[in-house]
Ligand binder design. Structure first.
Ligand code: NAD
Length: 288
């Protein structure tokens, strides 16, 4: 049981549209907010695409009216005050830039009623870096979704030292009510749980390649047979996308990470090989 009824999602990009749709799919009334009418028009097309994807990928109930009902549960706004005036929960899914997020929270603090809980979907910024701008650190928390939320349905939930325990529990209940698996994180930690495991794992695989120790196929085969995992690290790179892998490696001054970024750029990105999305990455995939 959750006490949350009305949800506003700020940002209708890749993740914001998925979070809004998944929430609406589970019967919540959702306002999708973005900065102008043009982007809102684009968002409507994104939502229509998601409605079809849920049907195509056989999400339970989608074809029996679930997708249509989800679309009907979403309304749209490009006026922040109107979008949040009655929200129980605002999920912030704006670009990964601290300045942008701080501006958004400073405005939100003025416009949202005291009851509203704010949650950030930031992947790399710690909620404590934003908590003071919210004006309500006790009602502020990180709620982190993974791309393709209807399949990879983890919801990593992480408060700061100021988050009220009751708010933490409210978000755990909300996650469950929206078809997510709540991942409760006891202390603030960069990378949450998933990326704390995945990033070092993928980096180690990149090092093996850069150092000329083994080819991707051999690394992946070892991992699959040795652990029983269905995919090796280079197969995972292709799914994550080589542009994202490049961005993460290029940001890191470690010479090994820089060498991996260079390899990704020269051998893959410059040739339009971005992973499964383009049909070519470390492996080739049948065209969709
Ligand atoms: P995106 O660029 O696809 O979308 C961002 C959206 O925010 C755009 O629609 C943009 O118009 C809107 N926006 C810009 N300024 C705004 C403002 N002031 N107020 C409201 N909306 C504003 O980005 P994304 O990939 O959806 O990422 C958004 C957040 O989600 C980031 O914090 C990112 O770390 C996190 N995240 C992304 C992924 C992913 O795979 N893309 C996964 C997990 C978490």
């Amino acid at each position: 049981m959750t006490t949350i009824k009305k949800v506003t999602v700020l940002g209708t990009g890749v993740l914001g549209s998925q979070i809004a749709f998944q929430t609406a799919f589970h019967g919540f009334s959702v306002i999708a907010y973005d900065i102008n009418s043009e982007i809102i028009e684009r968002a409507k097309a994104r939502f229509a695409g998601l409605a079809q994807t849920y049907i195509d990928e056989k999400v339970a109930g989608a074809a029996d009216g679930g997708s249509a009902a989800a679309l009907a549960n979403i309304s749209y706004s490009f006026e922040l005050g109107a979008a949040v005036k009655d929200a129980d929960l605002v999920i912030e899914v704006v670009p990964e830039n601290l300045e942008v997020k701080l501006e958004v929270y400073t405005e939100l603090a003025k416009l949202a009623p005291p009851k509203t809980i704010f949650a950030t979907n930031s992947s790399t910024l710690l909620p404590s870096a934003m908590k003071d701008a919210t004006g309500r650190p006790d009602r502020f928390i990180a709620l982190h979704y993974a791309n393709r939320v209807w399949v990879h349905n983890t919801a990593e939930i992480m408060g700061t030292s100021a988050t009220a325990p009751a708010v933490f529990q409210t978000i755990v209940d909300f996650a469950t009510a929206t078809g997510m698996v709540p991942i409760e994180i006891k202390k603030e930690h960069a990378g949450y749980l998933l990326n704390s495991l995945l990033v070092p794992f993928l980096s180690a695989a990149g090092d093996l390649l850069v150092d000329g120790i083994a080819e991707p196929e051999m690394v992946d085969k070892t991992w699959r047979i040795g652990t029983g995992a269905p995919l090796g690290p280079f197969q995972i790179f292709d799914i994550v996308g080589l542009k994202t892998a490049y961005n993460i490696a290029a940001m890191n001054p470690d010479p090994k990470r820089q060498a991996f970024a260079k390899l990704l750029k020269e051998s893959y990105l410059d040739q339009g090989k971005l992973g499964t999305s383009t049909g070519e990455g470390f492996y080739s995939y049948p065209k969709k």
